[in-house]
Each structure stands twice: as structure tokens, then as C-alpha cells.
Design a binder for this molecule. Sequence first.
Ligand code: NAD
Length: 469
Amino acid sequence: MYLLGERIKKKKRVIVKNPYDNSVVDTLGQSDEEDITKAIQAAKAGFEILKNMPAGERAKILEQCGHIIQERKEDFAQAISKESGKTINEARGEVARAVNTMKLSSLAALELTGKTVRFDLAGPSKKIGFYQRVPLGLVLAITPFNFPLNLSCHKIGPAIAGGNSVIHKPATKTPVSAVMLAEALVAAGLPKQGISVLVGPGGAIGMGLVRRHEIRKISFTGSLEVGRLITKECGMKRITMELGANSAVVVFKDAPLDLVAKKIRKGGYTLAGQVCISIQRVYIEEDVADEFMRELSLEVKNIKYGNPILEDTEMGPMIDEAAIQKAEKFCEDAIAHKGILILGGRRDNTIFLPTILLDVSEDALVIKEEAFAPIVAVNRFKTVEEAITKVNGTKYGLQAGVFTNDITKALKCAQGIDAGGILINEFPTFRVDNMPYGGTKGSGLGREGPEFAIKEMTEEKLIVFDQLP
Ligand code: NAD
């Protein structure tokens, strides 16, 4: 754990292991109940400093933090790859994005403004007034294992930009890069009270923090199940929830099928499908289904899986045994629901093989729930209305992709699909860090992207002037 500018050694340790071969990556002090109180005390002091710090200074710290990450980019990438099991190239991509997220957060600090308010709408008034955006106070950032650096930056960057202090509870499996990020922030000039990282089990440390009344805002990224628990327990706090999904792609018959297959190779199997916007469902127009399946199988068969630290590995392991067993269960269930197994469907040690299923009934787990595994289910449709109904037939709604040159069909999908983002002629796995990002239904509440997140980390404060007689 990391508190007041130092890594804290504890008797109880969290042993971080590489999901590929179970080798020890690092050991960190495990936080306890007392540390929650210490972190809150530090964050209160941090907030007093940060809310009074000029926005320009906060912006400089965030920008400088981005420079430090850039200078240490290979150290960060190695740490991320080892603790999360993502390939070294995926990890390098994440580090580059994190540098940009810090830069965007720095800009958000500079651009945060209020607005004047009119008081003469119901008749003449001498009053003038405006609102400013002011920080909320103590922000709790709870992050998942799959993007341990960049998703942390998406919370910590905008929180500090807005003048808040932060307590970070990273995923227990991936706390190494989180501590490195806190060190980079303090090295960049952030007061040491401004950030702490508590390491330990979500149910104890995460929930212990969630229940503390001193926290004003929780920004959570993780599963719908844990999101629901937090929402139930958090009391009167602002919340942002970035939750799961089972993203779909609709492919009409006029789409370039070879290109779409290449996109799905990336969007369905990157990080072994452990991405919230991973492609899990493909709806293909019936006339071209056979041709499309040939193209897709050729692509997916060629995915090179193995040791994530090797330069030419395209897909690494699952995060843990439970994730592998869940993937196995989803495949068995799909086959029991009339699905045809085209590729994969089984494990090779810690890796779950790239899997394609075809013609699975719409009430199977792989259609209804989040697999978070390298599994893509392909089903057929006849009309645009049928495709939209099928895409919408789940409790999630994060992003969806549509491939067609037909503007009418594209527009119908864009308007009819219930999701936070609709990507026409792009896969739903597409994300750049400045876009508004978040879901509808069980995929969440609120939006990330520093320009949007900073609004969720601040509130309006009204100031009104009148003339004395
Ligand atoms: P998770 O829900 O198991 O854990 C997320 C975080 O919550 C971890 O830090 C964990 O320790 C903590 N936690 C667990 N139980 C808790 C509790 N009772 N109280 C407080 N905190 C608790 O998720 P994960 O397995 O780390 O990540 C995968 C999930 O995250 C998937 O569902 C994925 O779709 C989702 N995700 C969403 C987005 C998005 O932006 N929408 C991005 C990445 C991942």
C-alpha cells in the first residue's frame, strides 16, 4: 500500500502473481481497517491543499505526471503485462493511453469553468450572478484488473484536476502499476496527502471505504454485481459506475466481410476478451453468414496465443482459474442451447483458446450475460428491426458496432440500439480517451473521459449579487 508518499510495509502482504505462469511479480503491504482511517485523514488534509491550489498548478502536476509515465513507459508496461497477463504490446498501448489521459486531465483542469445566470426572466432584476464548479472533496476510485493503469488515470486525473483528493483501491490482482502511478503523481509535485493506494480484498477494504461518510464521491469500474453492492451500501454519495457488457456487432450483407473479420479478431480476442467492450455477439445478415464464417474462422485460427511477455504473442492468459471455469461454463451452456462450436471452447493451461460459436439460442448465457473471455457468438438476422431487437435483448448497453454502407440502416441502428456509444463501420471495442464513455442499463451510470468525468467530480456553486438600496 502507499500512504503519505511512501510504500508501507505490513506484516500481512498481498502477493501479486503472473496469471500466465503463477510466478511472483511483487509483494505489497496489505491494508487493514486502521489504514482506511489513516487514508481518510490524509485525504482530508490533501483536500484542504488541493482545493486551494490554483488550477494551473494542478494542471502542471498532471502534465508532469504524464511525462514521468512516458519516461518510465517500459517499466510501466512490464509491470502491467506481468500483473494482468496482457501481452507486452497490449501493455505498451495502455501506457501510451495513460500518458494521454493525464494530458487530457491537465487540459480539463484548465478548461473547467462556470456560467453566468440570468435573473431577469420573470421581469426586471438588478441581480447578477454566476456559478463556479468546485471540488466535491474526498474521491474514492475503485478500479478493475484489466486496465490497471489507464482506468486509474481516468478517475485520479479528473479528480485531481477538479481539486479533490483521492483514495485509490485497485484490483487486488493488479496493484503494482497503481502504486507506481501514485509515486509518479507525488514525484510530479502532488502533495503527498493528495493520493493514497489501499491494497486488499474488495469486500473488506473496498467496502470499508465505500461505507465511510467522509467520502463524497465514488468512481467505480468493475462488474455489475459489485456495482450493485456498492450502490446499495454507499449512502448519500455521488457515484459513477462503469460496469460490464456483452457488446454486439451488426454486420449487413453489403459490408466488407474480410475487413469486419479482421476487426473482430482484434475486438473479440484482445486481452483474451477481458475488455468491457470486447465483442461477444455478432449478428450477421443471413444471406452472407456462410461466407462471413469462413473469413472469421480463418482470422481467429491464426491468433498466436502464449506467454504474454514475448513480443509476437497476440493473446495471453485469463486472469485466474475462476475466469477459465466461467468461460468453460459459457461454452457448455451455449452448446446445450443449440450452439455449434466452430473453434476453441477449451483451455490450454492458463489460456482459454480463441472461441467461436454459431447459431446459439438467444437465451443462452453467452448472449444474455458477460463472458469476459475470448468467446464470440455469431447469430443470423433477416431484417434491421430483428437485429436491433436482438442487440437490445440484454441487460447491458455499453457500446455497439454496425457495419454497412446503407445510411438508412445505419441510422436506424444508431437510433434504435440502447447503448452509451454506437460505432458505425467501427467495432464497439474502439475507444479514445477524450470521448464520452459509459453505458446505459446494467452497463453503468455517468460518463468518463476527463472533460466529462471532471463534471462528475465537481459541483456547481452559485454566487449572486444584488444592489443595496
Ligand atoms: P470486479 O467487479 O470483480 O472488481 C472491481 C473492483 O472492485 C476491484 O478493485 C475489486 O477489488 C473491487 N471490489 C470487489 N468487491 C467489492 C466490494 N464488495 N466492495 C467494494 N469494492 C469491491 O471486476 P474485475 O473482475 O476487476 O473487472 C472486470 C469487470 O470490470 C467486468 O465486468 C468488466 O466489464 C468491467 N469493466 C468495465 C469497464 C467500463 O469502463 N465500463 C472497464 C473495464 C472493466
